[in-house]
Write a protein that binds this ligand. Structure first.
Ligand SMILES: [Cu+2]
Length: 159
């Protein structure tokens, strides 16, 4: 009878040994895989959303949707912006190559023309809904593709 008990104990120890040896590394591995995969995806998504939807900054005078837009020969980045009706919008226009401005006729928004490495800021209230084109008014830059689209979304009716 004692022999049987010893054998059972040995079998249990062996089973426990297998369990710890083979089971433990697996959860660790999958956890590491998840950690390295998920943040990559979410940061890419967040990056895209940030550039198109701006960043809300409130320095005391209410929320301002702020976009940093880079311009060069002959494009804007980002080339799409999305805001809501009534938003106060600030565009920080950074010229990374050439001689450019940022112009958005429908809202009377226009920076001065600046050189490489300079930046200019313009602010406006998005009081019309729809899609509008912003562009560089220097020479034929607009025809060369130095333009983008801002969409002003209608706010849902409050009930
Ligand atoms: Cu230009």
């Amino acid at each position: 009878m004692k022999d049987v008990i010893v054998i059972v104990i040995v079998l249990l120890l062996v089973a426990a040994g297998y369990y710890f040896f083979f089971q433990n590394p697996r959860p660790n591995t999958s956890a590491t895989e998840q950690q390295s995969t998920i943040p990559e995806v979410s940061s890419q998504t967040a990056g895209n959303i940030d550039s198109a939807e701006g960043e809300v900054i409130d320095d005391g005078d209410g929320p301002v949707k702020t976009f940093t837009i880079e311009g060069q020969n002959f494009s804007f980045s980002p080339s799409v912006m999305s805001v809501d009706q009534g938003d106060t919008v600030r565009v920080v226009f950074k010229n990374v190559g050439g001689f450019h401005d940022f112009t958005l006729d429908e809202f009377g928004a226009k920076t001065k023309r600046i050189n490489t490495g300079e930046e200019a800021v313009v602010e406006f209230v998005a009081d019309k809904t729809g899609s509008f084109e912003y562009y560089c008014s220097v020479g034929t830059h607009r025809q060369f593709g130095m333009k983008g689209t801002i969409t002003v979304n209608e706010l849902p009716e409050e009930n």
